[in-house]
Design a protein around this ligand. Structure first.
Ligand code: UDP
Ligand code: MG
Length: 330
C-alpha cells in the first residue's frame, strides 16, 4: 500500500510538539518497573522524537507508585495517573488514553511481554500514513496450550457473530494516531473490550510482527475463569446474535413440535390411546426447561449490561496525577 506521507509528524524532538505518548497500565508491577523503563526509555531516546510516558497506576499495593515517583524524579517525561483503586487493565488503559497528549499514542504492557524495541517499527509505519499500527504476535509460545486453543476459538466465534473484524493475535500493543485516540475517547461504554474498540474505530490499519517474550517477573493477572468472562463480555458487547439466536431456535422447535403434534393426533385417532411415553415426555420437559433457563440467562446478561450503562457512573476515579499541567480530562 502506498501511503500518503504523514506531514504533521515531527521529524525531531526540536519542533516542540509532543510526538509520542506511551501509555502503560500498571497493577503491582514493582518487580518490572526498573527493567521496563530501562528498555523503554533507551529506545525512545534513540528515536529522537519528543515523548511522554503516561503510567496509569491501577491501584497497585506493592510499592509500584513509589517506584514510579522515583523514576519520574529521574526523568520528568514519566507522568503518573493514580487511580483510586484497581479498576482492571482495560479501564486503566482507557484512562491513560484520555490523559495522553501525543500526536500518536502507544499502549504497552509493563511486564515486558511487549518489547519496547518494536516502537520504532510502529512509528515508521505511522510515518507512512497508517493510523493504527498493531503489533502481531508471531507465535503464542509464551501462552499455555489451553490459552492458545481458547484464543483461537474466541477469534473464530467473534468473527462469526460480530460484524467488526479483529486482527488475530494482535493485543493492545499498537500505535494509534491522534484522530483514532480522539474517537476512542468519545466512546462512553462501560464494557471496555479494547481490542474490539480499536477494530471498531476503523481507519487505515496495518500489522507489524513480533515475538512475545515470557512475562519478565510475576505471573499474569488473568485467571482462566476471568478470561472466559472477558470473552463472553467481548462477544455480548459486539454482537446481538446471542440475544436473537433463540428466536430462530424457538421457531425451528415450534415447527418441529407442530409436526410432532400432528403425527401424535393422527396416530391416536388410528391406533387409540397409548399410555406409555413417559420417557419422551420427561426428556421434552427437561430439554425445554433447560433451554428456557439458558435463554433467560442470556437475556439477563444483556439486561445487566444495560443496567451498568444506565447507571452512568464514571469509568474510573483518579486519585492523584503527576506531570499534567491542566486538570486532566474527567
Ligand atoms: N494490569 C492493570 N490492571 C489490572 C491487571 C493488569 O493495569 O487489573 C496491567 C499489568 O500491570 C500489565 C498489563 O495490564 O502492565 C497486562 O497485564 P498481564 O500481564 O497481567 O496480562 P496478560 O499479559 O496476561 O494479558
Ligand atoms: Mg502480561
Amino acid at each position: 500500500m502506498g501511503g500518503t506521507k504523514r506531514l504533521n509528524v515531527p521529524e525531531t524532538a526540536a519542533t516542540g510538539a509532543l510526538a509520542i505518548s506511551i501509555v502503560v497500565p500498571m497493577f503491582n508491577e514493582a518487580a518490572n518497573v526498573a527493567s521496563f523503563f530501562g528498555r523503554l526509555l533507551s529506545t525512545l531516546d534513540q528515536l529522537g522524537l519528543d515523548y511522554e510516558v503516561v503510567c496509569v497506576d491501577d491501584g497497585s499495593t506493592d510499592g509500584t507508585r513509589e517506584l514510579l515517583l522515583a523514576a519520574r524524579a529521574e526523568s520528568p517525561r514519566i507522568k503518573i495517573v493514580g487511580l483510586s483503586r484497581n479498576f482492571g487493565k482495560e479501564v486503566a488503559l482507557t484512562a491513560g488514553l484520555r490523559y495522553a497528549g501525543g500526536a500518536a499514542v502507544v499502549p504497552i504492557d509493563a511486564d515486558l511481554q511487549h518489547p519496547p524495541e518494536l516502537i520504532p517499527a510502529l512509528v515508521d509505519k505511522w510515518r507512512e500514513g497508517f493510523d493504527v499500527v498493531y503489533a502481531v504476535r508471531r507465535n503464542r509460545a509464551a501462552d499455555t496450550p489451553l490459552r492458545r486453543l481458547s484464543a483461537r476459538m474466541f477469534y473464530r466465534i467473534f468473527d462469526l457473530l460480530s460484524d467488526v473484524s479483529m486482527p488475530r493475535d494482535a493485543g493492545d500493543f499498537r500505535l494509534l494516531d491522534r484522530r483514532v485516540v480522539d474517537v476512542i475517547n468519545t466512546m462512553p461504554e462501560r464494557s471496555r473490550f479494547m481490542k474490539g474498540i480499536f477494530a471498531w474505530v476503523g481507519f487505515r490499519q496495518v500489522g507489524v510482527q513480533f515475538d512475545p517474550d515470557e512475562r519478565f517477573v510475576g505471573k499474569s493477572k488473568w485467571r482462566f475463569g476471568r478470561l472466559f468472562h472477558y470473552a463472553a463480555d467481548a462477544l455480548t458487547a459486539f454482537s446481538n446474535f446471542p440475544l436473537i439466536a433463540w428466536g430462530y431456535i424457538g421457531a425451528v422447535i415450534a415447527f418441529a413440535s407442530l409436526a410432532a403434534g400432528a403425527f401424535f393426533i393422527v396416530r391416536t385417532l388410528i391406533l387409540g390411546v397409548d399410555v406409555p411415553g413417559y420417557a419422551s415426555l420427561i426428556v421434552a420437559v427437561l430439554f425445554f426447561g433447560g433451554m428456557q433457563l439458558l435463554t433467560l440467562g442470556i437475556i439477563g446478561g444483556y439486561l445487566g449490561r444495560v443496567f451498568e450503562e444506565v447507571k452512568r457512573r464514571p469509568l474510573y476515579v483518579v486519585a492523584e496525577t503527576w506531570g499534567f499541567e491542566e486538570a486532566g480530562p474527567g
